[in-house]
Ligand binder design. Sequence first.
Ligand code: 3Y8
Ligand code: NAP
Length: 238
Amino acid sequence: MTDHLLILGGTTEATALAHVLHDDEIETTFSYAGRVARPKRQPLPTRIGGFGGAEGLADYIRENGITHIVDATHPFAAQMSMNAVAACALTGAHLVALTRQKWMAQAGDDWRHVPDIAGAVAALSVPAQNVMLAIGRMHLDAFAPCPQHQYLLRLVDAPDGDVPLPNRHIILDQGPFSVENDMALMRDHSIQVVVAKNAGGSGARAKIDAARALNVPIIMIDRPAIPDRPEVGMPQEV
Ligand code: 3Y8
Ligand code: NAP
């Protein structure tokens, strides 16, 4: 059976890997969940949508002769990563994750670590502030118990339902972002605290550097646990 790779994408690193594999003419399919309206175009055949759990992914592997899976998903895409481990165990397909180091606080950073989204909500149970909530759209409802804040929300697509945060300003933007852009955004909205996921990598890091430059504290959400699997940091290692 000739090699046929499947990249589980959705990150800057996944896109970089797609270009390397395309140039090396290694048969590869790119996969998106279909979370946003206009995902970045890839130089590879691309499928969009869930597989139907680990079993669905195992069926996909068998039906398409996938020999290797590269899990290049975001560190918070824990369900996808768990499914990839299970499906490769079921089918014998090889698995490697293309991961990025988490961000570490450096001189000048004022971070408060919380274990998960609920921890971030608990940290916001304080009098009203100007809060930049830069964690996307999927978990906005979790912040409903803290309606007192003036929220700056950065989303990829307009929210389909109502947003349970009465005082909010919504910015629609798809990263990667720049430090200059994020500093201007924080100044314009007099941001007093930023809520961020410890995504790592370069595409989401602008707000971290902007906050440091402006002495704005960050509520930093630590990554969810992910099962053990082989991990590399560079596309060439994949
Ligand atoms: C659908 C489509 C590339 C990939 C770019 C990276 C960088 C820009 C920064 C902020 C933080 C956030 C969010 C973010 C970043 C990159 C990367 C990254 C954060 C796209 C993409 C898809 C998604 C899904 C989307 C989530 C959301 C999260 C916005 C593509 C643009 C907040 C994560 O509306 C929704 O439902 C959006 C959902 C999951 C988290 C959430 O809970 O809302 N990403 N983001 C992928 C798919 O369908 O499979 O890849 O073009 C990809 C990127 N987003 O090649 O240039 O590598 O991390 N994505 C976070 O880190 O907190 C924005 O605003 O500062
Ligand atoms: P998740 O919670 O781990 O996965 C939920 C379900 O979405 C999975 O069980 C799977 O559905 C489907 N799915 C996830 N990634 C997929 C992919 N690349 N291709 C096909 N199906 C996928 O994932 P998530 O946090 O929603 O992330 C979704 C996508 O956005 C991923 O590509 C991820 O890399 C990207 N992303 C996420 C974040 C974030 O903050 N979570 C940030 C940046 C980019 P089935 O069970 O039906 O197979």
